[in-house]
Design a protein around this ligand. Sequence first.
Ligand code: ADP
Ligand code: MG
Length: 471
Amino acid sequence: MTGANEVKRLRDALQQRVPSRQYKTWFAALNVEKAGAGGVTISTDSRFKRDWLERYYGDMLREVVASVFAEETTLNVVVADPGIEIAASVTAVAVGEDTTRAAVPAPPAMSSPAARRPVRQSSPKPSDGPDLVLNRKYTFDNFVVGPSNQFAHAAARAVADKPAASYNPLFLHSYVGLGKTHLLQAICHQARQTSGKQPNVLYLSSETFMNEFIASVGKGELDRFRYRYRNADILLIDDIHLLANKERTQEEFFNTFNTLYNADRQIVLSSDSPPDEIPSLRERLVSRFKWGLVAEIRPPGFETRLAILRHKANALSISVPEDVLSFLAETVDTNIRELEGAITKTTGYAQLTGQTICLDLAHQALGLGPRDATQQVTGIERIVNVVCKHYAVTLADILGRKRTQSITLPRQVAMFLARRLTPHSLEELGEYFGKRDHTTVLYGVDKIRNKAKEDPRFQQLLHDLEARIQR
Ligand code: ADP
Ligand code: MG
């Protein structure tokens, strides 16, 4: 049984171990509920405190309890409220935590009803709020690696294996649909699997961060909000560029970032552009985003697109002929989401119509019309017609030998669009465009593709021309 003497000795020992402010915040309410053969049970006055003690002071508490009760013993921390369930044991969650490293935020308000909810026996999570909403397919196993994404992928893996050990923060950026969300969530899946103890992993979009922040200010629950986010072991925020112009949320995030960073917690961010190109982002955030590793995911090349399609077909357990995969990989070069859409459309169309998957079918599934010989020719003519009108050149110019820039550019644009919008081979196109070699067509197509990548206005023009052709 427990004597008042032991409680006092426990408190004294703790006071010697932690600074007085921390003692007051976290330990002053401690009481010894039970001590005996079944181990020592100490209580505190709220679930928040109990979780916090488990998480950050577990090792130290065990040591102190062992010294006071002079024996090896198991320790339980509970909430001293009969309406609240007994907590998980400290030993289960706190092993290996460095009790000195946390730059602790103020404890949240203790009075809100959610704080007094019974806790699940197995949950060491020190926070409320929505759990991770993860797509279970977004794993490293399902991520196809190629030259365009291997750097970002390797960094993500390193972070998942050893959070806060190498790249902090990890900042991934790319155009839409190239795998940022997939990689962020893969980190979550992996981090939850590999660690012995369950790290507190929080994944959310910057919009959710902002909405929760605003809501918590409105409800006077800012402390709870801060407790939740500043207590993550790994905080992953998707689409951080959406914080542009959101001054107060940026400020809050800045403080969250600092707290986590100083406490050696891992931060992972994604954005549609590099840190210094995010409009109206405070300079101090920009500079912090560059402290760790900034990795770009570029659009995948043909080989990677093909590998992704193969992977996807495998995942769907559908066998797709190689020429169809190549056709899709050639045709859809915008982003991976569209690439996935293309194969889903093709396989779905085959299932719906009961046909086998072939080039013709893929062509129809993508809405490119039937692969009919006469239509193909008409297709190119329409393309060349629209391009000629736009650049004010003639068909003879396009098909002829002139190599001035004012003719070469429209010629290459026409080749690019013909390659994109018709199923002709490079040889056939070379034949059409003034009996040129297929390598000339390939060169022209590449040139336009690269120009579009570098120049968004040019890319827009290509989209406009394409829309006009398909009207
Ligand atoms: P972002 O967040 O950059 O807009 P997503 O992560 O949402 O892009 O990716 C779009 C789609 O493409 C998702 O379904 C994702 O699984 C898939 N995807 C992206 N990159 C790859 C890859 N390297 N291998 C396999 N699938 C990928
Ligand atoms: Mg995304």
